[in-house]
Design a protein around this ligand. Structure first.
Ligand code: SF4
Ligand code: SF4
Length: 207
């Protein structure tokens, strides 16, 4: 399962680089738009399997841990959660202005790709996923209404927290009173990390 997921991510990364380097960024943006409709039904599958930023953040996090440079807390200016929306408006405005005034396409997706790697070298992936990514901000809105998503079967959960430790977006949390894990669908990337480590097979993708 893990290898299939990695292969899917690498294929989409290759497609992304091919399209961007050939000036076909619009095709990727169209794919992103379709993924928003998909998120209403299937959750943020784009973020977990298709997004090139998520794919490259995985080795970036590994490197950060190896070099021991990752910190736990996000910077203060990010904590309000509004930055991602400013980033979205800023990115769209920059693209439109560059096109209108300079008659050029700025490689906004590549810029965000580099930003995601740099941020993940310093901060946990959840910081970029939940507080910075402009694409994640929109996916969050659509993902909240997902008909299908990873869910926890409460009667099977023993509250061991193994799932919390592997979640890239801090979407799963063992509640202190109940001692059962719960998933926040709007920030769940549907990546299956939690499902793969759960010793009780308590996490499933379901309605
Ligand atoms: S890993 Fe499984 S059993 Fe452990 S807290 Fe998470 S859902 Fe519950
Ligand atoms: S680890 Fe589980 S809860 Fe966290 S993003 Fe992946 S599928 Fe969602």
């Amino acid at each position: 399962m893990k290898h299939i997921i990695s292969a899917v991510r690498i294929l989409f990364l290759a497609l992304f680089l091919f399209l961007v380097l050939n000036g076909k960024m619009i095709i990727w943006l169209a794919l992103f738009a379709v993924s928003l409709i998909g998120a209403l039904l299937f959750g943020r599958v784009y973020c977990g399997y298709v997004c090139p930023m998520n794919t490259l953040m995985i080795p970036a996090e590994w490197l950060s841990k190896k070099l021991n440079i990752q910190t736990d807390d996000p910077p203060k200016w990010l904590r309000s959660g509004k930055f991602a929306w400013f980033a979205l408006v800023g990115s769209v405005a920059a693209m439109l202005l560059a096109k209108r005034i300079l008659h050029k396409n700025i490689p906004i997706l590549l810029i965000w790709l580099v930003a995601s790697i740099l941020m993940t070298l310093r901060y946990k992936p959840a910081v970029f996923h939940n507080l910075i990514c402009p694409f994640g901000a929109i996916q969050k809105v659509f993902g909240r209404a997902a008909k299908f998503s990873k869910r926890v079967k409460k009667e099977s959960c023993i509250g061991c927290k193994l799932c919390e430790n592997v979640c890239p977006s801090e979407a799963i949390e063992v509640k202190s009173i109940e001692k059962k894990a719960e998933i926040e669908t709007s920030i769940c990337l549907q990546c299956s990390n939690c499902q793969q480590v759960c010793p009780k097979d308590a996490i499933h993708y379901s309605k």
